[in-house]
Design a protein around this ligand. Structure first.
Ligand code: URP
Ligand code: ZN
Ligand code: ZN
Length: 459
């Protein structure tokens, strides 16, 4: 199969020019002005952007959590992602405490193999670290192409590891060329606030927010940065939400400490006033939504290079699942549907509103994730020899987000009625058309596991 995309505006993290892009098989074969090459399919991209397929490095598909499972599986989740221009996701495998990493990997292979529509990879969440697990970490890096290890400084008794385990894990990961990622909030502080609120009968979703104040995230982010510095291990803070945590990282960089940071679209666009609504459970996630001042801090953190990646932390639950906590905020499954709208929200709220440049948009939605997670330049760039993962994006198309039109398996939209400008039009994944005229053209099983290598981004 060959495809010629004509006359589009090619935007990468560094460049911006008008050209044709020729795809043969799974790869980009030629880029240039007025290419005189015959192709089976020709796409006229006049007036459109040609950008690298989005990479969302933070999703939870079919994940067991808080007594239920996130409601998007690999087929539906990667399809919804593709509708929005995300061609690859990195999902989280959860080690069950007391069991092996291999056991978790086998479980996730069953969830994904033959089911994914878009490409995917895994972060391995280490929830129980000991010398046996250390040996498995090495095997994951060397034999499985799983080079990032997720840790939780919260969710005690289920996912959290202590600082001693964290430091030991970092040492092994560093020695073997991997990266440690973290949910950086102080689990003990949060648990004590949850207990205090429950004892007082404060049980509405607002108290989910009030049980996780900014300081719980700022403290853990600083501690994580210090542990990285102490061990020399590369690290990445997932879903950063607030000014306090960002300042902790800023202070760490003043000591020349290095830590990659991800935020998510919801923290850039939504705020904690939603918890006062009747349906506030829809936005119960951890960490919670913050204040308007935090949104501004995060946008500026992106521009200052302190925040390198925008993901989603897609962890959807239906309203019925959310009702598990109707009488007690601590039982509401944490997470919300987001995988589909990441690129369009970032473009509309970020580029169109003058908060970030077009190049920055590509950098934080695709290129930096590819570099940090060891798949660059195979992915994350429009260049000869790269995988032909391409989004033809219409910057002028206006549309409205709604549960009626989204493709995620969630019976509500966190962005119901939001009007955006800029829409994913055509999506190509490894040389095959994935989305065209609003329809998915790929069958389940097309999505491949992408093994990963070492981080190549320097900050
Ligand atoms: O609320 C969230 N974020 N749910 C998913 C699990 C996690 O902490 O990332
Ligand atoms: Zn988390
Ligand atoms: Zn998450």
């Amino acid at each position: 199969m060959s495809i010629l995309i004509k006359n589009g505006r090619v935007v990468t993290a560094e460049s911006d020019y008008i050209a044709d892009v020729y795809i043969k098989g799974e790869k980009i074969h030629a880029i240039g002005k007025d290419l005189k090459i015959k192709a089976r399919k020709v796409i006229d991209a006049t007036g459109k952007l040609i950008i690298p397929g989005g990479i969302d490095p933070h999703v939870h598909l079919d994940m067991p959590f808080m007594g239920t499972f996130s409601s998007d599986d690999y087929e539906n989740g990667t399809r919804a992602a593709m509708h929005g221009g995300t061609t690859m996701v990195i999902d989280f495998i959860l080690q069950t405490q007391g069991k092996t990493l291999r056991n978790a990997l086998n479980t996730w292979k069953k969830k994904s193999e033959g089911k994914a529509i878009g490409d995917y990879s895994y972060h391995m969440a280490v929830t129980d670290f000991n010398p046996k697990v250390a040996k498995e970490v090495v095997k994951m890096i060397r034999d499985e192409g799983i080079t990032s290890f997720k840790t939780f400084m919260a969710y005690k008794g289920a996912l959290m590891i202590d600082d001693g385990q964290m430091v030991q894990l970092m040492k092994v990961v560093k020695e073997n060329g991997g990266l440690v990622t973290v949910h950086a909030t102080n689990g003990d502080m949060i648990d004590s606030l949850i207990a205090k609120n429950k004892a007082k009968g404060n049980l509405t979703p607002l108290y989910h927010y009030l049980s996780q104040p900014e300081v719980t995230e700022a403290e853990a982010s600083a501690r994580f940065a210090d542990m990285l510095d102490y061990t020399g291990c590369p690290g990445y803070i997932v879903h950063m939400t607030c000014e306090g945590a960002l300042n902790a990282v800023r202070n760490a960089t003043l000591r020349n400490q290095k830590v990659f940071v991800e935020t998510c679209t919801q923290y850039l666009t939504l705020d904690a006033s939603l918890y006062e609504r009747e349906d506030g459970a829809k936005w119960v996630m951890s960490p919670p939504l913050r204040e308007k001042k935090d949104q501004e801090a995060l946008w500026s953190g992106i521009n200052q290079g302190l925040v390198q990646v925008v993901g989603t932390d897609h962890c959807p639950f239906t309203w019925k699942q959310k009702q598990m906590g109707k009488d007690d905020f601590s039982k509401i499954p944490n997470g919300h549907p987001a995988i589909e709208h990441r690129m369009e929200l970032l473009f509309s709220e970020g580029v169109n509103k003058g908060r970030i440049s077009l190049n920055k948009f590509v950098e934080v939605s695709s290129t930096n994730a590819a570099k940090i997670f060891g798949i660059y330049p195979r992915k994350g760039i429009i260049a000869i020899g790269a995988d032909a993962d391409i989004v033809v994006f219409d910057p002028d198309k206006e549309h409205t987000l709604s549960v009626e039109t989204h493709h995620m398996n969630a019976d509500y939209s966190s962005y119901e009625g939001w009007e955006l400008k800029g829409k994913t039009e055509t999506v190509i994944l490894r040389g095959k058309v994935g989305i065209e005229k609003g329809k998915c053209k790929l069958k389940k099983g097309y999505g491949q596991f992408i093994p990963r290598g070492k981080t190549s981004l320097t900050i």
